[in-house]
Design a protein around this ligand. Structure first.
Ligand code: ADP
Ligand code: MG
Length: 201
């Protein structure tokens, strides 16, 4: 079972990898965006770490809802409301249980990803974070490690796609040949799950 501590570790592991990869994410956002994705998320996840320490929410759902609210209020750009919605809706779906199963997490995350698609209007293949999140949720029933691999493959597979949503879509065919920054950061978020589980699963 996964308790509030697991979810806190998920958020802090993601914050650490976003810190490490911030320059890379911003570099990816340079040719097909406005070169702010790394700094946007770095600001957001640093604030998430700080607020989780300060308020110490004690259920999985409360951890994710607080993290999501914090992302919405601190991340500028398209990705803030989208990641905020992902975490808030996933957290809401987990309810107020003190512990949740991996299967309940997989189901809740699917609800969260569906909410991101409803909010942003992106479908798989549109070259967005959805291209990492959907395969990850599909693989989550198997293991955290499988979800991580699926998200990384999904992110890599955005390179030959033409963007149909977000800022990159303004470039039309010129968006082809670049990996999507949001799909890349979504893979970091998913990798954080297996890190929170100690890398063993
Ligand atoms: P902005 O584009 O406003 O500068 P960011 O650079 O922080 O915001 O985030 C860009 C990422 O957001 C993109 O790489 C893409 O993955 C994701 N994104 C943008 N629009 C959408 C959308 N409508 N649905 C899903 N993801 C989106
Ligand atoms: Mg940007």
């Amino acid at each position: 079972m996964l308790d509030a501590d697991f979810f806190r570790r998920w958020m802090t592991a993601t914050a650490a990898s976003v810190d490490r990869e911030a320059q890379h994410l911003t570099d990816l956002d340079s040719p097909i965006g406005d070169a702010d994705h790394g700094s946007n998320l770095q600001r957001g996840f640093r604030a998430v770490t700080a607020v989780l320490e300060k308020e110490a929410p004690d259920t999985p759902g409360a951890v994710l809802m607080l993290a999501g609210r914090q992302l919405v209020s601190t991340v500028g750009g398209a990705s803030g409301p989208l990641y905020g919605t992902l975490l808030r809706r996933t957290g809401k779906a987990l309810g107020d249980a003190a512990e949740v199963s991996e299967e309940e997490l997989a189901q809740a995350l699917r609800t969260g990803v569906d909410a991101v698609m409803a909010l942003g209007g992106a479908a798989p293949g549109d070259k967005t974070m959805i291209d990492a999140l959907v395969p990850a949720v599909d693989a989550l029933g198997e293991s955290f490690a499988a979800a991580r691999a699926a998200a990384e493959q999904g992110a890599a597979a955005t390179t030959p796609l033409q963007a149909r949503k977000g800022r990159a879509s303004y470039l039309g065919e010129r968006s082809i040949g670049h990996q999507d920054p949001g799909a890349t950061s979504a893979a970091l978020l998913v990798a954080g799950l297996s890190e929170a589980a100690g890398g063993a699963r």
